[in-house]
Design a protein around this ligand. Structure first.
Ligand code: CAA
Length: 240
């Protein structure tokens, strides 16, 4: 039987590319989403991948959502923590809510999903967790103390859980995308984005499927000796 993968924020942007790449590789995929019903329905119609709605920042909703996926699709063996939001602004302008929402969803979401999925992986002696971090969690970014802190936290979370998962056959890795051609990056003011792209040695934004290919490798059998690592996919913008 094909292994079951869940991709959070899996119906749009990088998450959609990951869902499709895992499906193409032969996995049974379920995608989680939080808000955009219309896009989620269009995604399921287009791909045949079921979409499940819950807020990964909500602990109880996440436990219930994952239980439903396991009942309807099968035990979750591959978890991709991709869901994330931005609430950019300089510290002086950032509200506590902007800070809290990003920490709760981007970093809290990883904890909530791992709490739901890790015990089953441990019991079955096999699991793959891939967390989507960010270049901005590695290098920082003006106007993103919330996002950089949450993404940096994801990199620490990855290395800590990798140590706990290793003896149970569960690998835990992160990918640190650079600037990828998605709605999130399109929201960056044009003049700011131009300056950012000018600092990418490869000379362009990345494509969502360039992240998805990395996730699919880390999720594979062949990725079994890779754990606690961070794969940077950023066009050379930050060599770390
Ligand atoms: N370094 C130093 N100074 C900077 C700067 C930088 N990178 N960017 C802006 N400034 C300066 C400006 O020049 C300006 O200075 P003056 O007041 O002296 O003119 C001052 O900071 C304030 O700038 P703004 O008027 O632009 O401030 P703002 O509050 O309106 O906007 C901002 C600030 C929201 C941070 C805006 O610049 C912005 O959106 N920046 C992009 C942030 C970004 O890269 N987000 C990534 C989103 S995509 C993502 O996160 C995915 C991923 O993982 C990569």
């Amino acid at each position: 039987m094909a292994r079951v993968a869940i991709v959070t924020g899996g119906t749009r942007g990088i998450g959609k590319a990951i869902s499709l790449s895992l499906k193409d590789a032969g996995y049974t995929v379920a995608a989680n989403y939080a808000g955009n019903e219309e896009k989620a329905r269009a995604f399921s119609d287009e791909t045949g991948i079921p979409a499940y709605k819950w807020d990964v920042g909500d602990h109880e909703a996440t436990l219930a959502g994952c239980r439903q996926v396991e009942q309807e699709v099968g035990p979750i063996e591959i978890l991709v923590n991709n869901a994330g939001i931005t609430r950019d602004g300089t510290l002086l302008k950032m509200t506590f809510q902007d800070w809290y929402d990003v920490m709760r969803i981007n970093l809290g979401g990883c904890f909530n999903m791992a709490k739901a999925c890790f015990p089953g992986m441990k019991e079955r002696g096999w699991g793959r967790i891939v967390n989507i971090g960010s270049i901005n969690g590695q290098a920082g970014q003006y106007g993103q103390v919330n996002y950089a802190a949450a993404k940096s936290g994801i990199h620490g979370f990855t290395k800590a859980l990798a140590q706990e998962g290793a003896r149970f056959g569960v690998t835990v890795n992160a990918i640190a995308p650079g600037y990828i051609d998605t709605d999130m990056v399109a929201a960056v003011p044009e003049n700011v984005l131009e300056k950012i792209v000018a600092r990418i040695p490869v000379g362009r934004l990345g494509q969502a499927n360039e992240i998805a290919r990395g996730v699919t490798f880390l999720a594979s059998e062949e990725g079994g000796f890779v754990t606690g690592s961070t794969l940077s996919i950023n066009g050379g913008q930050h060599m770390y």
